[in-house]
Design a protein around this ligand. Structure first.
Ligand code: HEM
Length: 501
């Protein structure tokens, strides 16, 4: 396809998108909309949302006195609801507020992955059951891979004592490698071709989805085909995943004891009729859910850690050293004792998170909001997460990113897991809430704590010379992404590493 044909094709899709959007705008719920009136006003405001969601949401809250309001986006309007609606959305059944329909609108699953992800999302169940139970057994491998991958990645050039690293891309690559050590296994996690393909799949899938959504149903497979040929989609990653799984399926027939790999649990968990390709797509989906979420969190955490005084870093190192000493190495029990690292991650979730709102759901039936207003069926709702995370009654001094906020609370209240990173409650929503709360949060917590603790023990990390401020976040389409161009300096500390427990 020539460049001109691609442009004509994309213009046609955008025109069709405009027609669909016009229909979407003419709702009649009586809920006010932030921004300019009319169709063009909607489009202008939706563009503002794409580039500056934060200020548009603040404008909506202020203009409508914290009452529900409609936020225009290029994928359709979203009804933004305050904390007083959290319980109703959280506990609403899928027949009232559907998570999967909302996810499908964002990702266009039947095209970008396959229809199984929509009809029977068994991968979430496998994560919540078998994988969660196997996490303690996965710790030594995740630790070993972290050490190997970081030794390679942070290799100091000859004649220097430190290395400058483009941190977001590096962390994304490291997360892909380290996670896949226990998803597909050792061989695949070190295959650079696969890692490149899986990161590209994770990056391009949400970008292609709006174009697919804007097209008429009959054209959607073609739109996906064209876009994925240009930008990359599941095909590149499946080229590695399918032959690997085929080989593994043959080998496993003669295995007396099956390895504790996510792929093994998936093979056991899917309906019997599913073929290798379908299992592979489910594993791709998990990679999609894990790669950028985790790399955003670890990058944001490092950006905060480099601002801390050396004494705070030392106190974190001391806590890690004591936990490893006491538990005899990298075990689940040792990770449970890393309160400061855990607190840093939880505070990153409170202060930044991934999005400005939580619990995106599709209203399947009309929903009465009171005062004569309602959400019509088929429309999107979400909870204004920042209002919850910045409530001074819950979080004193909420505008300060206080890395030790939760470890202080844990030691004051002896509260066990109440303030742990992976604990979801009605004041803490970066992992969502309710029956669809992140199925991989225990996995993410285990992996991120190992990676951060190892970095803290092994390296001195700092901002590049001359830079004194934290790199600024990029806000795009409601997402909060750390500066993808920023570098950090890694300098090995002598004599530190840690042993596998
Ligand atoms: C810091 C890292 C992560 C963050 C912040 C995060 C965040 C989220 C959020 C916000 C949701 C939607 C919840 C809702 O709407 O109520 C979600 C769902 C999900 N996440 Fe994560 N996630 C992370 C890591 C992971 C990892 C590592 C995996 C798997 C290896 C994973 C697998 C899933 C799955 C399968 C779901 C769908 C659950 C369902 O629909 O029932 N996530 N995650």
């Amino acid at each position: 396809m020539s460049f001109a044909q691609v442009v004509v094709f994309l213009v046609a899709v955008l025109t069709l998108g405009y027609i669909r959007l016009r229909r979407g705008i003419s709702y009649s719920g009586g809920v006010p909309r932030v921004g300019k009136p009319g169709v063009w006003g909607y489009i202008q405001t939706a563009i503002k949302y794409t580039l500056d969601a934060e200020n548009l949401i603040i404008e909506g809250r202020t203009q409508f006195d914290n009452k529900p309001f409609v936020l225009p986006t290029l994928s359709g309007p979203i009804f933004i609801l305050g904390p007083e609606y959290l319980e109703r959305v959280r506990s609403g059944p899928d027949s009232v507020f559907s998570e999967i329909i909302a996810v499908n609108e964002d990702l266009q699953l039947p095209y970008t992955m396959d229809a199984n992800q929509l009809d029977n999302p068994v991968q979430a169940h496998v994560m919540r059951t078998d994988v969660n139970r196997a996490i303690p057994a996965m710790i030594p491998e995740i630790f070993e891979e972290s050490v190997l991958a970081m030794d390679e990645t942070f290799k100091i050039p000859n004649g220097q004592d430190s290395i400058s690293i483009p941190i977001f891309d590096t962390m994304t690559h490291l997360i892909a490698r380290i996670s896949n050590r226990v998803i597909f296994g050792e061989e695949m996690c070190r295959d650079e071709g696969f890692l490149h393909a899986i990161v590209r799949f994770a990056e391009t899938t949400p970008m292609m989805a709006p174009f697919i959504q804007w097209s008429p149903v009959v054209l959607r497979p073609i739109v996906y085909f064209v876009l994925s040929s240009l930008f990359g989609g599941k095909k590149g990653a499946l080229k590695y995943a399918i032959p690997h799984l085929e080989r593994y399926m043959k080998k496993r027939q003669s295995m007396t004891e099956k390895p504790k790999l996510v792929s093994e649990f998936m093979i056991q968990g899917v309906p019997q009729h599913e073929k290798v390709q379908e299992i592979a797509v489910r594993l791709l989906n998990l990679n999609f859910g894990s790669i950028h979420t985790s790399s955003i969190f670890i990058t944001q955490t490092l950006f905060e850690l480099v601002l801390l005084p050396p004494s705070d870093i030392e106190s974190m190192r001391q806590e890690i050293g004591e936990a490893l000493e006491c538990e005899g190495g990298w075990t689940k029990e040792a990770l449970d004792k890393l309160n400061k690292v855990d607190s840093a991650l939880r505070e990153i979730g409170r202060y930044y998170g991934l999005m400005h709102f939580a619990l995106p759901r599709c209203a399947v039936v009309g929903y009465d909001l009171g005062n004569g207003t309602h959400i019509p069926p088929g429309y999107r709702v979400a909870i204004d997460m920042k209002r919850i995370h910045f409530n001074p009654d819950t979080y004193p001094d909420p505008n300060r990113c206080d890395i030790f906020r939760f470890s202080k609370l844990r030691s004051e209240e002896s509260s066990g897991a109440k303030y742990a990173f992976a604990t979801v409650d009605s004041n803490y929503l970066p992992f969502g809430a309710g029956r669809h709360a992140c199925a991989g949060r225990q996995f993410a917590s285990m992996e991120l704590k190992i990676m951060l603790a190892h970095i803290l023990l092994k390296y001195d990390v700092s901002l590049p010379p001359g830079i004194t401020e934290r790199p600024k976040n990029v806000i795009f389409n409601g997402a909060i992404v750390p500066d993808t161009k920023a570098n950090l300096i890694f300098k090995p500390r002598s004599g530190h590493g840690g042993k596998v427990g």
